[in-house]
Design a binder for this molecule. Structure first.
Ligand SMILES: Nc1nc2c(ncn2[C@@H]2O[C@H](COP(=O)(O)OP(=O)(O)OP(=O)(O)O)[C@@H](O)[C@H]2O)c(=O)[nH]1
Ligand SMILES: [Mg+2]
Length: 344
């Protein structure tokens, strides 16, 4: 999964990036984290494989453009927009602490509304330009109809992620740089002392109406905690009133937002987690591992992780009738341990 941080200047994008990745001095603004998964830990303990592979999230924190004329120009710089092209989600950071320069109190709802508007305006400009061109060429095709529909939706204040588009239509849009089409995760970056405050309901509601998900963290405090050795972090989190690190909470929110689950493969060579959209059928899931397994798919041998633990292993699950043979249309569930049978 790839996510890109965006937001107005000095709201703490880099601080949030550092607290989530644990990289305090990244010069590239790129960082990859493993998705923590106790099931992978456990399987790895049992199988003692040569290799253990976790799912990953890559973060991109784009450097603000030098000499941007105003904060709007700084918000959607060309490098940022181009990073968004292949991103799974945009992480919009909003300020939840008093401005360190002016002392101005935070106004997260207003700030989010402004961000949302800038994203929509950027999309409108892209769509208008393309429509103008289709009009000039006299093309009244499916794309034209789609773009008109999207322009109308934006005009009514609906971000594009909330509009239903058919899969063929989505393909037509993939070449454009439409910001409000990207999945949205809003991070409210708060002062240290507010680390454990619940999300402001107004902000959560507003973000929900825009088809996004919202998460609060105290970026600066959590960055300090993230720099500690893992075994020392728990007491500091506890002191701050938190039961999980910003990273863990972020990953959970992102999986929920993007509707992702993981299935597992296990053996002496490798124990590995694979991320898929909820509801992905077995044959498609096989394609995550290798296109040959998808093409030559015969069956999926499935053991639910909980059964694996309850019965104490693969052989025991088979004896208890807890190993299932599933066909290509089987919707893979979170935590399924799968062996694919296939022809080459
Ligand atoms: N109190 C408090 N201050 C913060 C927090 N996060 C960032 N700051 C301060 O806000 C300022 C900007 O933080 P950055 O992380 O550099 O913000 P940014 O959005 O990356 O800034 P640009 O990339 O320059 O747009 C710094 O002075 C930080 O110390 C926070 O969670 N709490
Ligand atoms: Mg920065």
């Amino acid at each position: 999964m790839k996510v890109v941080l965006a937001g107005f200047p000095r709201v703490g994008k880099t601080t949030v990036f550092q607290s989530l990745t644990g990289l305090a001095d990244s010069t590239t603004g790129r960082g990859v984290i493993r998705v923590p998964d106790p099931r992978v830990d456990k399987l790895s303990e049992i199988y003692r494989p040569k290799k253990t592979t976790y799912a990953t999230v890559s973060f991109v924190d784009v450097q603000p453009p030098e000499g941007a004329s105003d904060e709007k120009a700084a918000l959607l710089s060309p490098p940022l927009v181009s990073e968004l092209k292949d991103a799974d989600a945009v992480i919009a950071v909003v300020r939840g602490f008093a401005d360190p320069y002016s002392g101005a109190p935070p106004q997260p709802e207003t700030e989010f509304a402004r961000l949302d508007e800038e994203f929509a305006l950027s999309d409108l400009a892209v769509l208008d330009k393309r429509l103008e061109r289709l009009n000039r060429e006299g093309k009244k095709d499916r794309e034209h109809a789609l773009l008109e529909r999207l322009v109308a939706a934006l005009g009514e204040g609906q971000p594009l992620r909330t509009i239903e588009v058919a899969p063929e239509e989505a393909k037509l849009l993939s070449g454009y740089q439409l910001i409000s089409l990207a999945q949205l995760l809003v991070v409210l970056n708060r002062a240290d002392e507010d680390a454990a405050e619940p999300l402001p309901p107004k902000l959560a509601l507003l973000v929900g109406q825009r088809g996004g998900e919202c998460l609060a963290m105290a970026g600066r405090l959590e960055r300090e905690i993230a720099e500690l050795p893992p075994e020392d972090q728990a007491p500091f989190l506890c002191d701050a009133g938190l039961d999980a690190s910003a990273r863990d909470r972020f990953v959970q929110a992102a999986y929920r937002l993007l509707n992702l689950v993981s299935f597992l493969t296990s053996g002496e060579d490798e124990v590995r987690a694979w991320t898929i959209r909820r509801g992905t059928v077995a044959q498609k899931a096989a394609g995550k591992i290798h296109s040959d397994i998808e093409k030559g798919f015969i069956r999926a041998e499935v053991i639910a992780y909980d059964d694996f633990v309850r019965y104490g292993g693969e052989a025991e699950c088979k004896k208890a009738g807890k190993a299932r043979l599933e066909g290509k249309e089987y919707p893979v569930a979170d935590g399924d341990i799968i062996h694919f049978r296939f022809n080459v």
